[in-house]
Design a protein around this ligand. Structure first.
Ligand code: 5AD
Ligand code: SF4
Length: 349
């Protein structure tokens, strides 16, 4: 135990550890070791961001996707889903509601849907930028060309979220159809960085066939990329996906990886994800107590939320809903944090 704690001390001090030590840590998760880790990760998070938790408003603008990731509930081949597209006006209305609620940061997330071509997405982003000049705009719209990313950046997008999902080539192949390539995804992430975005990446914990070594690769890749945002959530099966029979990722392992990621990337913005809130009633709070500092409540039109069904049981009500952010603020206050609406930018140095 003392040996493992020393590894955590070293990681907290230098933000880095050899792969073998990372593997030792994540294969020896106990409640005691987790608590030891979280003391460090919360301290680092507070050094950087005080006791602020940044809220972003999530607008799921379309659940149409041309991709077929084997784990995902809105994959192309799921024909049991009502598919929708939000119009520019509907998206702007969501921003308007969010703005009234105090949100100064919006996340537009959608499947890979060619209907939202560059011209259309740029038009949407520049309208939001014009109407809400002081707000941050994040986009999560999949793999695109560098020119497309550049145009969206010029239109006013500040951040782009594209989880690498798994950094292992062989594991990536098990989770995706052969047409999808990890190399392409990684190229996209480096293109986004080069353009000047605050880039978000991340991975699932407990996805089918994942090994502890794979998770070490995820940690190492994430550190190498040096992103602004790191999204980590448990895999949760979806009954209409080919991976329906695999078990969900483990809560404690997910929290542990959030803690380790905080130590390796002290300044990162780390969301306490919806998936975490879905597998445990206190998941969101536990994520923050492991070192996360962002929460992304849902601002999508209420009657559409059920259709953005990435995995079974995905939360859309309660504190997951933007309208309930006052309740969320109360819950966070109880554990010593302030929920804030501000942009919450990442400042490297
Ligand atoms: N379980 C957990 N997360 C999932 N995602 C997609 N499907 C699932 C699932 N079954 C995540 C992916 C993607 C994000 C939008 O949702 O990591 O990047
Ligand atoms: Fe589409 Fe993203 Fe789901 Fe893959 S994970 S099927 S790209 S929405």
């Amino acid at each position: 135990m003392r040996e493992l704690e020393e590894k955590i001390d070293r990681l907290a001090k230098s933000s880095d550890l050899p792969k073998a030590d990372l593997l030792e840590l994540i294969t020896h998760v106990t409640p005691e070791l987790s608590n030891y880790l979280f003391e460090h990760s919360v301290t680092l998070s507070k050094n950087q961001y005080k006791n602020k938790i940044f809220m972003r408003g999530l607008i799921e603008f379309t659940n149409v996707c041309t991709k077929n990731c084997l784990y995902c509930g809105i994959r192309k081949d799921n024909n049991k889903l009502h598919r929708y597209h939000l119009s520019k006006k509907e998206i702007l209305d969501c921003c308007g509601e969010g703005y009234e609620l105090g949100f100064r940061s919006f996340v537009l997330q959608g499947g890979e849907n060619p209907t939202y071509n560059d011209a259309m997405l740029c038009n949407i982003v520049s309208s939001i930028r014009k109407q809400y000049p002081e707000c941050a705009i994040s986009l999560s719209a999949g793999e695109r060309s560098k020119q497309s990313y550049q145009d969206l950046f010029n239109a006013g997008t500040d951040r782009y979220l594209l989880r690498h999902e798994t950094a292992s080539i062989s594991h990536y192949k098990k989770l995706h159809p052969s047409t999808m390539k990890i190399e392409r995804r990684i190229q996209c992430l480096y293109d986004l960085k080069e353009i000047g975005y605050q880039v978000g990446t991340g991975f699932m914990v407990g996805s089918p066939y994942q090994t502890p070594e794979n998770l070490v690769e995820d940690l190492v890749f994430t550190k190498e990329l040096n992103p602004s945002i790191i999204g980590i959530g448990p895999f949760i099966p979806h009954s209409e996906s080919p991976m329906r029979n695999f078990p969900a990722g483990d809560l404690n392992l997910t929290l542990f990886l959030i803690g380790i990621s905080r130590l390796m990337n002290p300044k990162a913005l780390i969301p306490s994800t919806t998936a975490l809130g879905t597998i445990h009633p206190m998941g969101r709070e536990l994520g923050i107590q492991a070192g996360a500092n962002v929460i992304i409540p849902n601002l999508s039109p209420i009657h559409m939320r059920k259709n953005y069904n990435l995995y079974n049981g995905k939360l859309i009500t309660g504190e997951e809903a933007a309208e309930s952010k006052d309740n969320l603020a109360i819950k966070l206050k109880k554990i010593g944090y302030n929920l804030v609406g501000e942009r919450g930018d990442y400042f490297p140095e």
